[in-house]
Ligand binder design. Structure first.
Ligand code: NAX
Length: 328
């Protein structure tokens, strides 16, 4: 029997944490035969709901869940973890400027980076969910230089899954026969959802849908604005779908993507596709043996190029704000 793996969820008392911890306990993160110990971290003001979550997890009697540690101490939370899911953060409020939100998250992510670097297992895999997810990942990577850059990622799988869902709905086919869409860039409304290399039921998405106008305009804006549509409908941001996508992101990273399939992950750019090095940018990736690699050699048309550059520019601007904070 394999030993249990320690999985950290920060911001665990929030709504994504609530949905995610149960999915992890059901084996959706690391497979149905891998036992896990959940490390749940939140801030002191959230102690009661955090403990309430622990009680509910105990009551769920999940065979794969060996133990639950609920804590407000980052050192205890990070000790011995092999997977770190960073959901905790300070969301942007209407009155806040981007530089203020960057400073709040800079302070959180530099502290968490320090605790992970010092106390997590060597080789710990990190996914940042909290917004601005891409730039929080850059901050974390800069503040934890001993964690390999390849181990620090951000979540754009929810956007990827939203794109798959839209194509499947348009064609009235099951979502699992749609593959190889790509989310390029930032997890924000400047992201570029790209179907140019995707397939549905074995034919290209463009040939299957036969409506370039819809694909180039409405589809792109539905995916870019989906987060806002969920907030309008629920009066709360996406939680169930975000939690489910986190599991997809980590499971594929650890266990591998199926042959011929790629997924979207925010990863630290190595300069592929002309994306400035060091930005955390969403690319198409394949995963094998616990490692991801950017899919190379895709044809990029002029329209796509422009959208990929626009979202890179936004990320550079975010990185500048983060840099200002880190140097202050
Ligand atoms: P909630 O506000 O419900 O939960 C956030 C939790 O983080 C709270 O319990 C809070 O106390 C905790 N927290 C704050 N500072 C902390 C710290 N220093 N240490 C530990 N915990 C801390 O938000 P929720 O709806 O769960 O969303 C969490 C984050 O995910 C937000 O930043 C949100 O914008 C982001 N999202 C990112 C998505 C993505 O695809 N990358 C999609 C979903 C979501 O919008």
């Amino acid at each position: 029997v394999r030993p249990p793996i320690r999985v950290l969820i920060t911001g665990a008392a929030g709504q994504i944490g609530y949905a995610l911890s149960s999915l992890v306990g059901h084996g959706e993160l690391l497979g149905k035969s891998q036992r896990v110990i959940l490390h749940l971290l939140d801030v002191e003001t959230a102690t009661e709901p955090l403990n309430g979550l622990k009680l509910e997890l105990i009551d769920s009697a999940l065979p794969l869940l060996t133990d639950v540690i609920a804590t407000t101490n980052p050192t205890e939370a990070c000790t011995g973890v092999s997977i770190a899911i960073m959901v905790g953060g300070f969301p942007r409020k209407a009155h806040m400027e981007r530089k203020d939100i960057m400073a709040m998250n800079g302070s959180i992510y530099s502290k968490h980076a320090y605790a992970l670097e010092k106390y997590a297992c060597k080789g710990c895999k990190v996914v940042v969910v909290a917004n601005p997810a891409n730039t929080n990942a850059v901050i974390l990577s800069q503040c934890a230089p001993s964690i390999p850059r390849k181990n620090i990622t951000c979540l754009t799988r929810l956007d990827h899954n939203r794109a798959l869902g839209q194509v499947a709905a348009k064609l009235n086919i099951p979502v699992n026969v749609v593959k190889n869409v790509t989310i390029w860039g930032n997890h924000s409304s400047t992201q570029y959802p790209d179907v140019n290399h995707g397939c549905a039921n074995g034919i290209t998405i463009r040939n299957a849908i036969r409506d370039d106008n819809w694909l180039d305009n409405e589809f792109v804006s539905i995916v870019q604005q989906r987060g806002a549509a969920i907030i309008k409908a629920r009066n709360l941001s996406s939680a169930l779908s975000a939690a489910s996508s986190v599991c997809d992101h980590i499971r594929d990273w650890v266990l591998g993507t199926p042959p011929g399939h790629w997924v979207s992950m925010g990863v630290i750019s190595d300069g592929s596709y002309g994306v400035p090095e060091g930005l955390c940018y969403s690319f198409p990736v394949t995963c094998k043996d616990g490692d991801w690699n950017i899919v190379q050699g895709l044809d990029i048309d002029a329209r796509s190029r422009q959208k990929m550059d626009d979202t890179a520019r936004e990320l550079e601007e975010e990185r500048r704000l983060a840099q200002d904070y880190l140097q202050s």
